[in-house]
Design a protein around this ligand. Structure first.
Ligand code: SF4
Ligand code: SF4
Length: 181
């Protein structure tokens, strides 16, 4: 398969846990931005970010909804921070069957942070804009990636061209072009 070099924009939100004060503005705006119709409601249960609260320990950790997991994982994370131990899976990003986090409350469908890409004109994701404590910092960088063109992609492309021009014309063109090489 042919590998192509492309430039890809990597989007990143850096989280400074020490600056988070647990205000939950990020949850409110995320749920409101993704409400249908947009901004018609706000409900942090529908947010794609959750601020995990441990007020007695003065710890607030913003966690972004990540990939959907169809089954519970066999291994569990257990964190100790500044000598204090936290519950299993506390800071996990997955929407998984073992808990109710990152699930649409009505349908139970998994929620995943989409970096607010439904609105391409945004300079920064909404949660970053609403975090007045600067605990969420948006960063972008360009990275060169090697993308391999798969057999399936070639077949889909060829089928689309054949649909438009007909197989015979495609074959004649390919034969003529191959003679030039
Ligand atoms: S808006 Fe910022 S300070 Fe407030 S809870 Fe979210 S991350 Fe923390
Ligand atoms: S980047 Fe957008 S989708 Fe992701 S948590 Fe923030 S507001 Fe929600």
């Amino acid at each position: 398969m042919k590998a192509e070099k492309k430039t890809k924009t990597i989007k990143n939100i850096r989280i400074d846990v020490d600056k988070c004060n647990g205000c939950r503005a990020c949850e409110v705006i995320c749920s409101s931005f993704h409400a249908s119709p947009q901004y018609s409601s706000n409900n942090p249960e529908r947010a794609r970010i959750r601020v995990i609260h441990y007020p007695l320990r003065d710890l607030y950790v913003p966690v972004y909804a990540g990939e959907y997991a169809a089954a519970e994982c066999a291994g569990r994370d257990k964190y100790t921070i500044n000598g204090k131990e936290y519950d299993e899976c506390s800071f996990c990003r997955a929407s998984c069957p073992s808990r109710d986090v990152f699930k649409e409350p009505d349908s139970g469908l998994p929620l995943k942070c989409d970096m607010c890409e439904s609105e391409p004109t945004l300079s920064e994701p909404m949660c970053v804009q609403w975090c007045l404590a600067d605990a969420l910092i948006y960063e972008e960088r360009e990275e060169e990636v090697v993308e391999e063109v798969t057999q399936e992609e070639i077949e889909v492309g060829l089928e689309a061209m054949a649909h438009r021009f007909g197989w015979q014309k495609l074959l004649d063109t390919a034969a003529r072009m191959s003679k030039k090489d």
